[in-house]
Design a protein. Sequence first.
Length: 640
Amino acid sequence: MKIAVLVGGLRFDSQRRIMNGILEKAIEDGINVYVFTCDAWTYSTTYYSQGETRIFSLPNFSDYDAVIFHGDTVYDKNVINEVVRMIIESKVPCISLNVKYPGMLYVGMENDSGLYEIVEHLIKIHYAKKFAFIAGPEGNSDSEGRYNSFRKALADYNISFDEQYIYYGDYHPESGNKAIDYFYELKGAFPDAVIAANDEMALGAFYALQEKGYDVPKQVLLTGFDHAFVGRNHYPRITTVERPETELGRRAYEKLKDYIDGKEVSEDEILKSTPIFTESCGCRDDRPEEEKEFRSKIIKDKLHVTSYSEIIKSSSADFTGAPTYEQLLVEIKRYIQIIDPQEFYLCMCVVNEPLSVDGTFHVTESRKLEELTKYSPEICIPVVYRRGKFENYGRFEVEKLLPEVYTAQDKGKFYTVLPLHYQERCYGYCILGNSRLMMDSELFHLFIMNINNALENLRKQNMLNSMVQRLNRMWVYDTLTGVFNRAGFFKFAPNVIKEAISKGNKLFVLFLDLDGLKSINDRYGHDEGDSFIRAMGNVLSKVRGHGELLMRYGGDEFVMMAQDFTKEDADHYIERIQKGIDEYNADSGKPYLLAASIGYSIVEPYENMDIEDLIESADREMYKVKNEKKRRKGILSTEQ
């Protein structure tokens, strides 16, 4: 049995505790859990958010026995609506956390009473009268629920609220900092109470208040929400609301499993939240934190940040400095070995813009531009890390997520699935097997971003190289026939002459002029004339062997240069050209015949030889042939 969990911001304390509750029971029961997660709301650009939240389109829900959807951590209504639609259409049992959706089971934590009691406490105990509110993302159900509870408490106590004093953040400390700057610039007295929708924003607000000279709680009362580790171990401790998040995850899993087993389950289940009044609002909290646990965690986190900071910095330099896709894979493997997760899979979309020339890992079919923002039908895994060893895996269908060879024997295992992308462009996804890196590390997502940036850097390098190659071809190749133009010929001809001199070989220069091009242009048009020229170029390209330089010298003239040709070799070469012309005429179906006059010269090479003189010598020989053709044609006309 396997279940899919869809959740954003897995590294937040609240989401982490919920996942702990789910995994604790699922692993105990031998259930496999696939966690699809991203960090969409922390970035400013819409394109980046689109790339992050694309991960929620990846699972084929029909392949799962059940789904747990934590929709209020996603923060994009369009993404949420699409995910809900896909889940409902799959007809797979699903339970939603904190937000009710038709057709889904539900278990939630109530926000209302906890935050209401916080506001009530500030009013009744601390006599707060002017409030400011730092909300979560606008439109988010959790954020709106907390804001509504805040407004209801104010209304019940007949305290007015100036709508200017709400600031919408993203649940990160920087939002709290910016909110205080915003409130500070407003006209009028500064609020005597600031309520933040979570503890991280409350901490950001605390340090911004401190910088502006405000004392918490003597001058400004400050509260948060979620009872996060950083808030409860801060000085002053943050007054907050403790929610039963671990219990929420546990109950969600149990309720879903009971439903699948055919047991009767309640439609709605809401777990109670508890306000905690402590130092940031001027109260005293007599519940001590476990000092040993606190000190251990602080040191552990410090060591983790120190080591991971070095990994992030050095991997950024090494990844973006990789000149090729193959070298990037080498660097990724080196760092994965240092991080040493139990399992790691780098799953790449098979697309028409190959990062590698390796036939195993690039595509042959073209895709439309908008399709590059989606997961491709086929995936390959150039980096597989399992049990301390590396391997790779070729193509498989994206619906499988991972090939069965890696999952067939799994029981009680969990996978974390993360997006690989740059802005809205989708590169694939990576999977961590039985690893808590995304839950326990504040920095691992930056390591994944380094991979994303390196992939985009390589793509742009390849595009630039391709453009340079095209420009180079345009400079040295004739666009109509594909053979060298004058610039290309005169660039490489000195090398042929130099080699001929060093080897004591003679130079062979052939000059070919098409017969009848003007009459074809006049009678059939210039497009047909171009076809006539192109046909001759194809014939000469097929005849050409290794080492000969071939160019389109003028409108209907071609020149070939080679070394070490005897007169017999030259005559045989011309016979081959004529044979190619005859074969073309036999198959072309054209109302005219391809024909040409050919002359050549064989000379001794010398230093600083004038290439134009060489060509002119062959040109003179060609005109002898052409004039002889005209003379014979005149004789035939007279005889007729």
